[in-house]
Design a protein around this ligand. Structure first.
Ligand SMILES: Cc1ncc(C[n+]2csc(CCOP(=O)(O)OP(=O)(O)O)c2C)c(N)n1
Ligand SMILES: [Mg+2]
Length: 408
């Protein structure tokens, strides 16, 4: 094969290395060479940290953020209870990380696409997902937007620009880079918000996604929720570098680390991050330092791998009470309203839970719809086999648990 002659007078590409910095004896860099500060603006008692320049937050927005945090805490508590009662198959809480999610989603516009991991129910709630919609998804009934085909907590809503959650870790990261690249090409001044955990950042998809976003200058804000654990694996056994933030810097991405239990710090960082992503058309990485106060999921028991003392230390840094203290100090909130807010949410959640668990299941045929334009033969065969199986064992598949609409 003929070898192509390289074109003449081509300037070698920049390698982005600061080649003017030279040394004459070998000195190696290590993790400590890069010192990453943590943005902190609000103290536990609700007082501002001296000199903190927080992004302005209106009374109305502050109250909405607080209400959504309280709602999520109560929803999570009730649904873990429902799983323990045998009414629900599975659940995942956001407990302890409410500020990391609320502070970021609140800085984005309604039509910025959100691509989450599975612990960001607060983000879809912030956009307007109703208690009825939560329950329909959790109980996989016929009203569920996903037609009952996903595990509980795998929410999605086209109207709310919230991409449906999928279980394989980190797949949303390169997808978000690609989606944001599309937004860049469309020139619509929107951006993508992508959440993932520090454990998911060990996946190859994290590296491919961040590098792609950096090189293609995609308007995407990555939020790495560093909650200390990937199921039972503590962060210290997950990586040897300085968290996830150091990797953003390595990929040439503007990066910030924030106290994830500090709503004002998270919000300030997210407002600035969105501005950079949209106005400068480039990605940003935010690492929120927080703690998963609950179990990984209802299938997990953290007492096997961490101490009560450790949990207690983080319980004292609760992001919700920190925000409440601030609201009280601002004179925007009082105990009476707090009690009423919680009572209202508890009632609404319980009422909708009871309704959703009784609703009919989706028709069986929906199982194979919406993937291919016309369901292929092998899927139709599998569906027929399933129908036969159900007909053979009617006692194991009582009619009241199936769709009242019957086969269509
Ligand atoms: C590709 C892949 N590998 C493994 C799993 C199983 N898995 C589910 S969640 C999880 C831990 C993720 O931890 P992290 O990203 O820190 O998120 P967190 O649960 O702490 O919010 C693992 C290993 C999976 N879902 N997908
Ligand atoms: Mg984690």
């Amino acid at each position: 094969m003929a070898v192509k002659k390289p074109p003449q007078n081509v300037v070698p590409p920049e390698r982005n290395a600061k080649q003017s910095l030279r040394m004459t004896t070998p000195v190696f860099l290590d993790g400590a060479s890069l010192t990453i500060p943590t943005l902190t603006q609000l103290q536990a008692d609700g007082e501002m940290v001296a000199g903190a320049a927080a992004a302005p937050m209106s009374t109305e927005l502050a109250k909405k953020i607080y209400a959504d945090m309280v709602y999520t805490r109560l929803l999570d508590e009730r649904m873990v209870g429902a799983q323990r009662q045998g009414r629900l198959s599975f659940y995942l809480t956001c407990t302890g990380e409410e500020a990391s999610v609320a502070g970021t989603i609140a800085a984005f516009k309604h039509d910025d696409m959100v691509m989450g991991q599975y612990r960001e129910q607060l983000a879809i709630r912030f956009r307007g997902f109703t208690t009825e919609q939560f329950m329909n998804q959790l109980f996989s009934n016929a009203e569920d937007l996903g037609k009952g085909r996903q595990m509980p907590v795998h929410y999605g809503s086209r109207d709310l620009h919230f991409m449906t959650i999928s279980s394989p870790l980190a797949t949303q990261i390169p997808q978000a880079a690609g989606y944001a690249y599309g937004q860049k090409l469309a020139g619509n001044s929107a951006c993508t918000l992508c959440y993932f955990g520090e454990g998911a950042a060990s996946e190859g998809d994290f590296h491919a996604g961040l590098n792609m976003a950096a090189v293609l200058k995609c308007p995407v804000v990555f939020v790495a929720r560093n909650n200390g654990y990937a199921i039972s694996t503590p962060a210290a056994e997950q990586y040897a570098g300085d968290g996830i933030a150091s990797r953003g810097v390595g990929y040439g991405i503007k990066t910030i680390r924030v106290d994830g239990n500090d709503i004002l710090a998270v919000y300030s960082a997210a407002v600035a991050a969105r501005k950079i992503a949209v106005e400068e058309q480039q990605p940003v990485l935010i690492e929120t330092m927080s703690y998963r106060l609950g179990a990984h999921s209802t299938s997990d028991d953290p007492s096997g791998y961490r101490s009560r003392d450790e949990e207690q230390q983080w319980r004292e840094k609760d992001p919700i009470s920190r925000m409440k203290n601030w609201l009280l100090k601002q004179g925007w909130w009082d105990e009476e309203r707090d009690v009423a807010l919680q009572a209202g949410f508890r009632k609404e959640i319980l009422e909708q839970l009871k309704l959703a668990e009784k609703r009919a299941k989706p028709v069986l045929q929906e199982l194979i719809n919406d993937v291919y334009q016309t369901p292929p033969a092998h899927l139709r065969e599998q569906l027929q086999a399933l129908e036969k199986h159900i007909a053979k064992y009617p006692d194991d598949y009582p009619a009241d648990k199936q769709s009242r609409e019957g086969a269509k």
